[in-house]
Design a protein around this ligand. Structure first.
Ligand code: HMG
Ligand code: MG
Length: 303
């Protein structure tokens, strides 16, 4: 394996949206700065969602103009109101989101699946007409498992993924929202996706609730997937998905990739520093396995 992969760092968005406390703007900026210094060049910075639904990211519009130069940044946009906020700030990369499961879509964005696809159609049309150089990612959450409906048949995930491409997204990130998937499921979904969508535009977004994320990445990588989402320190989860654990930790992903001969631009030591800072702020111990190993090798307790 020598082809590089693209890592989308989602800690500032997926990570911080799920924290009980909203961390101050200056601390978010420091976290993002440290991620940039560690070599993260593709960062999902925040969300233009309703501040009533996700108060942790209510400062999105203040954060955006202050982001340190260098990385490509993107933001989550759920509807035309969110898009209006993004356009006003000149955002060039947005992410729209829906799910393979009807129940999760209702809980997460108060829309049926069909309504969410209609909302996405409107967002894409408006964004393309106002921002011709804009780039759009689409998310399909609950791609394997829904916290309300249980197992999701791959056909359902594929159908929503196809619809997003038909609506004009540039990339789809397939999300294991509650971190339930295992490699055999990833293999079968990936093989089925191959027949209907452009695979070089597929990313995987694994949460690591049950410790299966790296095994899933390994399987996807062998099948040619080259875009993976992860979160520094393994922060993350969705406030509207009960049982969702943190994202795959970027430390664990980078360790796995480098040791497998797959280069990235991320410096593990500087990444560990970024994670330590944000964990100290949140008052939490290291949860990334790679970071725990580093701490115990240096004689420092991870707890
Ligand atoms: P709603 O309550 O049905 O919407 O929420 P509404 O249109 O009735 O609006 C309610 C209030 O919010 C109104 O304010 C609106 O103006 C305001 P009021 O009149 O009461 O003062 N509002 C907004 N304000 C700012 N920005 C906006 C916006 N929209 C409405 N964009 C809505 C519908 C979609 C807005 C809401 O459900 C929402 O924001 N949901 C987002 C939930 C969320 O962020 N979830 C986590 C992200 S998804 C995820 O984590 C999964 C992922 O990681 C992949 C994976 O793991 O699978 C991506
Ligand atoms: Mg997520």
């Amino acid at each position: 394996m020598s082809d590089g992969v693209r890592i989308v760092e989602v800690g500032p968005r997926d990570g911080l949206q799920n924290e009980r406390i909203a961390i101050p703007l200056e601390a978010k900026l420091r976290f993002i700065q440290s991620l940039r210094d560690a070599g993260c060049d593709d960062i999902e910075a925040t969300s233009f969602v309703s501040p009533k639904w996700v108060p942790q990211l209510a400062d999105a519009a203040s954060l955006w103009p202050l982001l340190p130069a260098g990385p490509d940044y993107s933001v989550l946009v759920p509807n035309l109101k969110g898009l209006e906020r993004a356009i006003e700030l000149g955002v060039k990369r947005i992410a729209v989101f829906t799910a393979a499961s009807e129940s999760f879509t209702l809980k997460n964005i108060n829309m049926t699946l069909e309504q969410s696809l209609e909302a996405i159609r409107n967002v894409i049309e408006e964004y393309r007409s106002t921002t011709p150089d804009g780039w759009i990612r689409g998310y399909v959450s609950t791609a394997f498992e829904c916290p309300f409906e249980g197992s999701i048949a791959p056909e359902r995930t594929i159908e929503v993924t196809r619809k997003l491409f038909d609506l004009g997204v540039d990339e789809v990130s397939v999300g294991d929202t509650v971190g339930a998937a295992v490699p055999v499921e990833v293999k079968s979904l990936t093989k089925m996706l191959e027949d209907s969508v452009p695979m070089e535009q597929i990313a995987y977004h694994f949460h690591d609730t049950r410790g299966t994320a790296i095994a899933n990445v390994s399987t996807a990588l062998e099948l040619g997937i080259r875009i993976f989402d992860s979160s520094a320190a393994g922060l993350g989860g969705c406030p509207y998905a009960p049982g969702a654990g943190g994202n795959l930790a970027t430390e664990d992903l980078v360790y796995f990739l480098h040791r497998s001969g797959v280069p990235t631009r991320i410096d593990p030591d500087r990444l560990a520093q970024a994670s330590r800072e944000v964990l100290a702020l949140l008052g939490r111990p290291a949860s990334a396995k790679a970071q725990q190993a580093q701490l115990s090798a240096s004689g420092t307790s991870p707890r």
